[in-house]
Design a protein. Sequence first.
Length: 156
Amino acid sequence: MFQQGRVEGSGRGTSRKCLNNVGACLRYLMLIPALGPLVYYCLAIFAAWTNRLRLKNSPSLDPSFSPPVSILKPVRGVDCGAYENFASMCGLDYPEYEIVFAVGEADDPIIPIIQALQRDFPETQIRLIVGVEQLGACRKTNNLCRLAKGHDTNFW
């Protein structure tokens, strides 16, 4: 219906409706950033589910497989409880392993302790490497390099 020069639907009522529509649009726009984490969690659940199915259908691993292991231990000087610490490595519940100690100098006071370990645990293969060349500034790294040179094994 027409009034004097005014079109129906124009005026204050229409502007309030537009503002209400803009407010509703802004509320929905504010929800868009919340969809990102929702999508991420849905993808994570889907990935975990498909991985579980893949593992369930894969052949089982041989539980008796245990490759030989070398424990590389660079040492220098005597600490309190050094013998007990090293002896705890000698009683591991693992089928085949060796312990390789690296000492920088031939007069290091730790050498008699390692020799005592070799006497007290004859069933454990314990090796001692004495005299490590200087490859860098850090002695521990030098010892580990020397230990690694003595093995033809891949280190991870």
